[in-house]
Design a protein around this ligand. Structure first.
Ligand SMILES: NC(=O)c1ccc[n+]([C@@H]2O[C@H](COP(=O)([O-])OP(=O)(O)OC[C@H]3O[C@@H](n4cnc5c(N)ncnc54)[C@H](OP(=O)(O)O)[C@@H]3O)[C@@H](O)[C@H]2O)c1
Length: 298
Protein backbone atom coordinates (compact mmCIF):
# COMPACT_ATOMS: atom_id res chain seq x y z
CA UNK A 1 0.00 0.00 0.00
CA UNK A 2 1.28 3.49 -0.83
CA UNK A 3 2.58 5.37 2.23
CA UNK A 4 1.20 8.84 2.90
CA UNK A 5 3.63 11.21 4.57
CA UNK A 6 2.96 14.75 5.78
CA UNK A 7 5.94 17.11 5.94
CA UNK A 8 5.98 20.29 8.04
CA UNK A 9 8.84 22.63 7.13
CA UNK A 10 8.82 21.30 3.56
CA UNK A 11 9.91 24.66 2.12
CA UNK A 12 13.16 24.52 4.13
CA UNK A 13 16.59 23.38 3.09
CA UNK A 14 16.25 19.96 4.65
CA UNK A 15 12.46 19.69 4.26
CA UNK A 16 12.51 20.03 0.46
CA UNK A 17 15.21 17.38 0.22
CA UNK A 18 13.17 15.03 2.44
CA UNK A 19 10.12 15.53 0.19
CA UNK A 20 12.21 14.75 -2.89
CA UNK A 21 13.60 11.54 -1.33
CA UNK A 22 10.12 10.44 -0.24
CA UNK A 23 8.74 10.91 -3.75
CA UNK A 24 11.70 8.97 -5.19
CA UNK A 25 10.76 6.12 -2.85
CA UNK A 26 7.20 6.11 -4.16
CA UNK A 27 5.49 7.77 -1.20
CA UNK A 28 2.62 10.16 -1.54
CA UNK A 29 3.75 13.44 0.08
CA UNK A 30 1.66 16.28 1.45
CA UNK A 31 3.20 19.51 2.75
CA UNK A 32 1.58 21.94 5.17
CA UNK A 33 2.79 25.48 4.64
CA UNK A 34 1.85 28.87 6.00
CA UNK A 35 0.17 31.57 3.87
CA UNK A 36 3.39 33.64 3.90
CA UNK A 37 5.60 30.85 2.51
CA UNK A 38 7.60 31.78 -0.58
CA UNK A 39 5.55 30.97 -3.72
CA UNK A 40 8.65 29.86 -5.63
CA UNK A 41 9.39 27.27 -2.97
CA UNK A 42 5.81 26.04 -3.20
CA UNK A 43 6.20 25.72 -6.97
CA UNK A 44 9.40 23.70 -6.46
CA UNK A 45 7.50 21.36 -4.15
CA UNK A 46 4.62 21.00 -6.62
CA UNK A 47 7.06 20.24 -9.43
CA UNK A 48 8.49 17.45 -7.29
CA UNK A 49 4.99 15.98 -7.02
CA UNK A 50 4.18 17.19 -3.50
CA UNK A 51 0.59 18.05 -2.65
CA UNK A 52 0.88 21.50 -1.04
CA UNK A 53 -1.75 22.60 1.49
CA UNK A 54 -1.75 26.15 2.85
CA UNK A 55 -2.97 26.03 6.44
CA UNK A 56 -3.53 28.32 9.39
CA UNK A 57 -0.74 26.81 11.49
CA UNK A 58 -2.04 28.55 14.61
CA UNK A 59 -5.08 26.19 14.55
CA UNK A 60 -4.82 22.50 15.44
CA UNK A 61 -8.15 21.80 13.70
CA UNK A 62 -6.93 23.25 10.44
CA UNK A 63 -3.67 21.26 10.54
CA UNK A 64 -5.62 18.10 11.47
CA UNK A 65 -7.51 18.26 8.18
CA UNK A 66 -4.19 17.74 6.38
CA UNK A 67 -3.34 14.82 8.67
CA UNK A 68 -6.28 12.63 7.62
CA UNK A 69 -5.02 9.36 6.10
CA UNK A 70 -1.36 10.11 6.92
CA UNK A 71 0.95 7.29 8.10
CA UNK A 72 3.80 9.47 9.36
CA UNK A 73 4.33 13.16 10.05
CA UNK A 74 7.84 14.47 9.47
CA UNK A 75 8.78 17.83 10.93
CA UNK A 76 11.74 19.70 9.45
CA UNK A 77 10.68 23.00 10.99
CA UNK A 78 13.44 25.31 12.20
CA UNK A 79 13.11 27.98 14.83
CA UNK A 80 13.14 28.86 18.51
CA UNK A 81 10.55 28.00 21.19
CA UNK A 82 7.53 29.26 19.22
CA UNK A 83 8.38 26.77 16.46
CA UNK A 84 10.21 23.84 18.06
CA UNK A 85 7.93 23.72 21.12
CA UNK A 86 4.69 25.58 20.28
CA UNK A 87 4.20 24.90 16.55
CA UNK A 88 5.48 21.32 16.72
CA UNK A 89 3.05 20.75 19.62
CA UNK A 90 0.15 21.94 17.45
CA UNK A 91 1.29 19.73 14.57
CA UNK A 92 1.56 16.77 16.95
CA UNK A 93 -1.87 17.46 18.47
CA UNK A 94 -3.30 17.60 14.96
CA UNK A 95 -1.61 14.28 14.10
CA UNK A 96 -3.06 12.71 17.25
CA UNK A 97 -6.50 14.09 16.46
CA UNK A 98 -6.41 12.52 13.00
CA UNK A 99 -5.06 9.20 14.34
CA UNK A 100 -1.62 9.40 12.67
CA UNK A 101 0.49 6.54 14.10
CA UNK A 102 4.03 7.94 13.66
CA UNK A 103 5.92 11.22 14.15
CA UNK A 104 9.47 12.35 13.35
CA UNK A 105 10.34 15.57 15.21
CA UNK A 106 12.73 18.20 13.90
CA UNK A 107 15.73 17.08 15.94
CA UNK A 108 18.44 16.69 13.24
CA UNK A 109 21.31 17.50 15.59
CA UNK A 110 23.85 15.83 17.86
CA UNK A 111 22.24 13.22 20.12
CA UNK A 112 21.34 15.43 23.08
CA UNK A 113 20.24 12.45 25.16
CA UNK A 114 23.89 12.14 26.15
CA UNK A 115 24.37 15.84 26.97
CA UNK A 116 23.56 17.95 29.99
CA UNK A 117 20.46 20.15 29.91
CA UNK A 118 21.62 23.78 29.84
CA UNK A 119 24.66 23.11 27.63
CA UNK A 120 22.88 23.98 24.40
CA UNK A 121 19.83 26.26 24.17
CA UNK A 122 18.56 24.78 20.89
CA UNK A 123 18.83 21.23 22.24
CA UNK A 124 16.90 22.23 25.37
CA UNK A 125 13.97 23.30 23.17
CA UNK A 126 14.04 19.85 21.55
CA UNK A 127 14.08 18.24 25.00
CA UNK A 128 11.00 20.20 26.03
CA UNK A 129 9.13 19.03 22.94
CA UNK A 130 10.42 15.47 23.35
CA UNK A 131 8.96 15.19 26.85
CA UNK A 132 5.50 16.01 25.45
CA UNK A 133 6.00 13.82 22.37
CA UNK A 134 6.95 10.80 24.47
CA UNK A 135 4.01 11.34 26.82
CA UNK A 136 1.47 10.98 23.98
CA UNK A 137 2.14 7.36 23.03
CA UNK A 138 2.57 8.13 19.31
CA UNK A 139 5.40 6.10 17.75
CA UNK A 140 8.25 8.61 17.46
CA UNK A 141 11.66 8.37 15.81
CA UNK A 142 14.39 11.00 16.18
CA UNK A 143 17.23 11.36 13.73
CA UNK A 144 20.56 12.53 15.12
CA UNK A 145 22.98 13.59 12.40
CA UNK A 146 25.64 15.48 14.38
CA UNK A 147 26.41 18.63 12.39
CA UNK A 148 25.49 19.19 8.78
CA UNK A 149 28.79 18.79 6.91
CA UNK A 150 28.28 22.23 5.30
CA UNK A 151 29.59 23.92 8.44
CA UNK A 152 33.07 22.75 7.44
CA UNK A 153 32.91 25.24 4.55
CA UNK A 154 32.50 28.30 6.77
CA UNK A 155 36.01 28.72 8.23
CA UNK A 156 34.96 27.61 11.68
CA UNK A 157 37.75 26.97 14.26
CA UNK A 158 37.70 23.21 13.51
CA UNK A 159 38.64 23.89 9.88
CA UNK A 160 39.82 27.34 8.90
CA UNK A 161 41.00 27.30 5.29
CA UNK A 162 41.86 31.02 5.35
CA UNK A 163 44.22 30.68 8.34
CA UNK A 164 45.23 27.13 7.39
CA UNK A 165 44.44 25.95 10.90
CA UNK A 166 42.59 23.15 12.64
CA UNK A 167 41.32 23.81 16.17
CA UNK A 168 40.12 21.53 18.94
CA UNK A 169 39.18 21.73 22.60
CA UNK A 170 40.33 19.76 25.62
CA UNK A 171 42.85 17.05 24.82
CA UNK A 172 40.66 15.94 21.93
CA UNK A 173 42.84 16.08 18.82
CA UNK A 174 41.85 12.42 18.21
CA UNK A 175 38.17 12.87 19.11
CA UNK A 176 35.84 11.84 16.28
CA UNK A 177 33.29 14.48 15.29
CA UNK A 178 30.01 13.51 13.61
CA UNK A 179 29.18 15.16 10.28
CA UNK A 180 26.33 14.29 7.91
CA UNK A 181 25.51 15.86 4.57
CA UNK A 182 22.04 17.30 4.23
CA UNK A 183 21.34 14.91 1.32
CA UNK A 184 22.33 11.86 3.38
CA UNK A 185 20.19 13.14 6.28
CA UNK A 186 17.22 13.62 3.95
CA UNK A 187 17.58 10.17 2.35
CA UNK A 188 17.82 8.53 5.78
CA UNK A 189 14.84 10.49 7.12
CA UNK A 190 12.71 9.45 4.16
CA UNK A 191 13.67 5.81 4.75
CA UNK A 192 12.76 6.13 8.45
CA UNK A 193 9.42 7.75 7.57
CA UNK A 194 8.55 4.67 5.47
CA UNK A 195 9.85 2.16 8.03
CA UNK A 196 7.08 1.30 10.50
CA UNK A 197 9.52 -0.58 12.73
CA UNK A 198 12.04 2.26 13.06
CA UNK A 199 13.31 2.65 16.63
CA UNK A 200 12.94 5.75 18.85
CA UNK A 201 16.46 7.13 18.35
CA UNK A 202 18.73 6.82 15.33
CA UNK A 203 22.27 8.19 15.29
CA UNK A 204 23.87 8.67 11.88
CA UNK A 205 26.98 10.28 10.38
CA UNK A 206 28.17 10.47 6.78
CA UNK A 207 31.65 10.54 8.26
CA UNK A 208 33.29 10.71 11.65
CA UNK A 209 36.57 12.55 11.60
CA UNK A 210 38.96 13.83 14.28
CA UNK A 211 40.80 17.18 14.13
CA UNK A 212 44.02 15.19 13.54
CA UNK A 213 42.49 13.29 10.63
CA UNK A 214 40.97 16.48 9.26
CA UNK A 215 44.44 18.01 9.21
CA UNK A 216 45.96 15.02 7.40
CA UNK A 217 43.18 15.04 4.81
CA UNK A 218 43.30 18.78 4.04
CA UNK A 219 47.09 18.73 3.89
CA UNK A 220 46.95 15.88 1.37
CA UNK A 221 44.29 17.61 -0.73
CA UNK A 222 45.91 21.07 -0.72
CA UNK A 223 49.55 20.02 -0.60
CA UNK A 224 50.17 22.72 2.03
CA UNK A 225 50.71 22.68 5.79
CA UNK A 226 47.96 23.30 8.35
CA UNK A 227 48.64 24.12 12.01
CA UNK A 228 46.71 22.28 14.70
CA UNK A 229 45.76 24.36 17.72
CA UNK A 230 44.40 23.41 21.14
CA UNK A 231 41.88 26.25 21.64
CA UNK A 232 41.31 25.78 25.40
CA UNK A 233 40.15 23.19 27.90
CA UNK A 234 36.46 22.27 27.70
CA UNK A 235 35.91 23.92 31.12
CA UNK A 236 37.40 27.17 29.85
CA UNK A 237 35.33 26.86 26.67
CA UNK A 238 32.13 26.49 28.76
CA UNK A 239 33.03 29.58 30.81
CA UNK A 240 33.81 31.52 27.61
CA UNK A 241 30.43 30.56 26.09
CA UNK A 242 28.61 31.69 29.23
CA UNK A 243 30.30 35.09 29.01
CA UNK A 244 29.67 35.32 25.27
CA UNK A 245 25.97 34.64 25.92
CA UNK A 246 25.69 37.14 28.79
CA UNK A 247 27.16 39.84 26.55
CA UNK A 248 24.65 39.14 23.75
CA UNK A 249 21.06 39.35 25.05
CA UNK A 250 19.79 39.87 21.49
CA UNK A 251 21.13 36.39 20.68
CA UNK A 252 18.31 34.92 22.79
CA UNK A 253 16.04 35.77 19.84
CA UNK A 254 18.40 34.48 17.15
CA UNK A 255 18.39 30.84 16.05
CA UNK A 256 22.11 30.73 15.36
CA UNK A 257 23.56 33.36 17.69
CA UNK A 258 27.38 33.29 17.90
CA UNK A 259 27.26 31.76 21.39
CA UNK A 260 24.82 29.11 20.13
CA UNK A 261 27.34 28.14 17.45
CA UNK A 262 29.92 27.83 20.26
CA UNK A 263 27.47 25.68 22.21
CA UNK A 264 27.19 23.44 19.15
CA UNK A 265 30.98 23.00 18.98
CA UNK A 266 31.04 22.30 22.71
CA UNK A 267 28.37 19.60 22.20
CA UNK A 268 30.35 17.97 19.40
CA UNK A 269 33.42 17.77 21.59
CA UNK A 270 31.33 16.41 24.51
CA UNK A 271 29.52 13.45 22.93
CA UNK A 272 29.94 11.17 19.92
CA UNK A 273 27.55 8.96 18.00
CA UNK A 274 28.65 5.57 19.26
CA UNK A 275 26.02 3.39 17.59
CA UNK A 276 25.50 4.43 14.01
CA UNK A 277 22.32 3.26 12.30
CA UNK A 278 23.88 3.97 8.87
CA UNK A 279 23.55 0.33 7.79
CA UNK A 280 19.81 0.15 8.41
CA UNK A 281 18.92 1.09 4.82
CA UNK A 282 21.25 -0.38 2.22
CA UNK A 283 20.30 2.05 -0.54
CA UNK A 284 21.94 5.10 1.06
CA UNK A 285 25.35 6.07 -0.36
CA UNK A 286 27.11 7.69 2.60
CA UNK A 287 29.60 10.38 1.62
CA UNK A 288 33.11 9.88 3.03
CA UNK A 289 35.06 12.69 4.71
CA UNK A 290 37.59 12.68 1.89
CA UNK A 291 34.89 12.85 -0.79
CA UNK A 292 33.19 15.72 0.99
CA UNK A 293 36.36 17.72 1.64
CA UNK A 294 37.36 17.36 -2.00
CA UNK A 295 34.18 19.17 -3.06
CA UNK A 296 35.39 22.48 -1.61
CA UNK A 297 38.97 22.27 -0.25
CA UNK A 298 41.44 23.47 -2.89
N1 LIG B 1 22.77 19.64 12.68
C1 LIG B 1 23.03 20.78 12.06
O1 LIG B 1 24.19 21.16 11.82
C2 LIG B 1 21.89 21.64 11.59
C3 LIG B 1 22.15 22.80 10.85
C4 LIG B 1 21.07 23.54 10.37
C5 LIG B 1 19.76 23.13 10.66
N2 LIG B 1 19.57 22.02 11.42
C6 LIG B 1 18.22 21.55 11.76
O2 LIG B 1 17.61 20.96 10.62
C7 LIG B 1 16.19 21.20 10.67
C8 LIG B 1 15.77 21.89 9.37
O3 LIG B 1 16.52 23.09 9.24
P1 LIG B 1 16.68 23.88 7.84
O4 LIG B 1 18.03 24.50 7.84
O5 LIG B 1 16.23 23.02 6.74
O6 LIG B 1 15.62 25.06 8.08
P2 LIG B 1 15.17 26.19 7.06
O7 LIG B 1 15.77 26.03 5.72
O8 LIG B 1 15.37 27.49 7.77
O9 LIG B 1 13.60 25.91 6.93
C9 LIG B 1 12.77 26.11 8.04
C10 LIG B 1 11.39 25.59 7.72
O10 LIG B 1 10.57 25.85 8.88
C11 LIG B 1 9.46 26.66 8.48
N3 LIG B 1 9.15 27.61 9.55
C12 LIG B 1 10.01 28.33 10.28
N4 LIG B 1 9.33 29.10 11.16
C13 LIG B 1 8.02 28.86 10.94
C14 LIG B 1 6.82 29.36 11.53
N5 LIG B 1 6.86 30.26 12.52
N6 LIG B 1 5.65 28.88 11.09
C15 LIG B 1 5.62 27.97 10.08
N7 LIG B 1 6.71 27.46 9.49
C16 LIG B 1 7.89 27.92 9.92
C17 LIG B 1 9.90 27.39 7.21
O11 LIG B 1 8.77 27.78 6.49
P3 LIG B 1 8.72 29.10 5.56
O12 LIG B 1 9.32 28.70 4.24
O13 LIG B 1 7.29 29.44 5.49
O14 LIG B 1 9.55 30.15 6.26
C18 LIG B 1 10.73 26.29 6.54
O15 LIG B 1 9.88 25.40 5.88
C19 LIG B 1 15.96 22.01 11.93
O16 LIG B 1 15.70 21.14 13.00
C20 LIG B 1 17.28 22.68 12.15
O17 LIG B 1 17.51 23.10 13.47
C21 LIG B 1 20.60 21.26 11.86
Amino acid sequence: MKSNVLVAGATGNLGTRICSELIKKGASVRAIVRPSSDQEKLETLRRLGVEVEVRDLSRVDDIAESCVGINCVVSALAGLAEVIVDLQTRVLDAALKAGVPRFIPSDFCTDYNFLEPGDNRNFDLRRTFKSYLDSTGIQASSIFNGAFADILKYNIPVLNLKDKSIGYWGDKAHWKLDFTTMDNTAAFTAAVALDDSAPRDLQIASFQISPDELRTQVQEITGSGFSIIMMSSLEEFAAYIEKQRANDPAGEYELYAKWQQSQYMYSMFSTQHAELANGRYQEIAWVSGREYLETFVR
